[in-house]
Design a binder for this molecule. Sequence first.
Ligand SMILES: [Zn+2]
Ligand SMILES: [Zn+2]
Length: 155
Amino acid sequence: MNNSLSYSHLVDRIKDAGVRPSNVRVHILKYLEEHSHPTAEQIYTALRETMPTLSLASVYNTATALAEAGLIRVLGMNGAGVHYDCNTHQHAHFQCELCGKIFDMDMPGIDCPGLEGFNVKKMDLRFWGVCPHCDALAQAATGLYFGESEEDEKQ
Ligand SMILES: [Zn+2]
Ligand SMILES: [Zn+2]
């Protein structure tokens, strides 16, 4: 992807949302477009290399401003701090308890009894558990363990 093209596209998106496209705002939005659901600490650590004057507080403030403008979503996942998401379309999340990764899921059609008559503006659906990658690793580790114990019995 052409960097200057994507930069001007981000400047336009921020302007269209009615926010001044400061350098920090553009860089944080760019980071969010390139990385899945990072925390403020992850954004800060990555951007500090090219923006030495950046502070963690300014990452928080900028992300809050971007969220208020509707450009990103703020996700509080499992009490383990806040994650940011540049995908503002309605979608569900799965967080792996082992690797901590957050995955986007399509939002299922939900017919929720008792919601009749309520004007729903937002819905937030999250799942927690073990992702397929970590599950495969865990099963491989279990297989190794049983393999070893069989060897022990033969001896
Ligand atoms: Zn995992
Ligand atoms: Zn997401």
